[in-house]
Design a protein around this ligand. Sequence first.
Ligand code: NAD
Length: 391
Amino acid sequence: MADKIILEEGKLKISDHPIIPFIEGDGVGQDIWKNARAVFDAAVEKAYVGKRQIEWQEVLAGKKAFEETGEWLPDETLATIKDDLIAIKGPLETPVGGGIRSLNVALRQELDLYACVRPVRYFKGIDSPLKNPEKTDIVIFRENTEDIYAGIEWEAGTADAQKVVDFLQKEMGVRKIRFPESSSIGIKPISIEGSERLIRSAIEYALANKLTKVTLVHKGNIQKFTEGGFRKWGYELAQHEYAAELASGKLVIDDIIADNFLQQILLNPERFDVVALTNLNGDYASDALAAQVGGIGISPGANINYLTGHAIFEATHGTAPDIAGQDKANPCSLLLSGCMLFDYIGWGEVSTLITAALERSIAQGIFTADLANGRVAYATSDFCQRLITNL
Ligand code: NAD
């Protein structure tokens, strides 16, 4: 009998046969999900020899959902994920036009998934633009609900923009808008609550994984109250809630200005363990870091609300329409997101097996076309079969 995962007294309760919903995803989703799932099931079997099993339950979203139900994100899908807490997904096509918002954004907002978590590490054998890519081993905690992503903007030349400019100039005494007549105006909300819950999650992750350093990345030299607030609230939170860990040296908090961070991840990436960033800085840093270990084809991600337990683990790339349905796509992003899922539910043996098998496969020169670079290119299905052999 399979059971739902539940949250009890702030802790996930997971049986030996948990139900986990999955969204296959559009485009290459059809290539990567079925093959990744075979690897997940083989690794669970290898780790627990029949004692544990995942009951994967399909829920619809994206184009497949639209074709079957007329909805891009059916209510039933949201309700199931809300109820079952954890899900894994392939990439979703963002419908263009028609006022339909990005499905990924909708899922994040509906479930208030405030932490975007991206572990970035190097696999030996993959081409990288760095001389010593193995020095990059960083876990990103990007705030996912605030900042300019709140989308509060007024377009230059509109009556609304003028109204905001007038308010700023007349009521708030603002004198620094260089071209008040022709400025678009945007608002950047960053809160104490939003910053604290993200930074607390980053610290908890660091402590749970015996990583010492949590670095607050910000642009507080320019934006004193928003970015500077993120930094200040982070230090205060650590002092209030983690004084013992700080005193014992188990935890070290430091901070760095965002532009210097982008420089240091290239020059001295070993300086960082876990990094906590506001939303926009996190967006830039995620892609930059992914590129330095071999691109987004292998970078996993998860969007998590550690307070409610809700978490969606996902391939970070898009639907790759140019290679969809051709058994060519790289399944690593989804596979490594699955590893994050297994860690999240406490089945670390499974993620250790898959990661080790992946290290072995890549070292043996087994690549999909995107990473082959002149070497033999394996089909998605062959790549996953080799991986299963390597478990
Ligand atoms: P994309 O990531 O789909 O493709 C960019 C390039 O990377 C293409 O050349 C593609 O072939 C390649 N690529 C991507 N994933 C790959 C993989 N696993 N293996 C090998 N090569 C891979 O980005 P895009 O073309 O800008 O977007 C296509 C669609 O995907 C759009 O509808 C977009 O909105 C959507 N999208 C979804 C997500 C998501 O669901 N998380 C993320 C990004 C884009």
